[in-house]
Design a protein around this ligand. Structure first.
Ligand code: F3S
Length: 81
């Protein structure tokens, strides 16, 4: 099982992640990425068929802002949109 979220403090809105995984990441009005699945809370299990896309996004992010874990991210990050 995999969970993901974006650290919006380090995201530079480069725009690579939603190219790699358009069903998982989208951008807020500032261009910062967030996880569509659960509004960037890191608690929604990534659907099997999307995991490869997320790995591509994870590898491609220039600032390592995409977090991946086998456990849900329980501490609430900043609210995204
Ligand atoms: Fe931000 Fe990295 Fe995506 S910098 S826009 S999280 S590829």
């Amino acid at each position: 099982k995999w969970y993901t979220l974006v650290d919006q403090d380090t995201c530079i809105a480069c725009g690579a992640c939603a190219d790699a995984a358009p069903d998982v990441f989208d951008y807020d009005e500032e261009g910062l990425s967030f996880v569509i699945l659960d509004h960037n809370q890191g608690v929604a299990e990534i659907p099997e068929e999307l995991i490869e896309d997320v790995e591509d996004a994870y590898d491609g992010c220039p600032t390592d802002s995409i977090k991946l874990s086998n456990e849900p991210f329980n501490f609430i990050q900043k609210n995204s949109t």
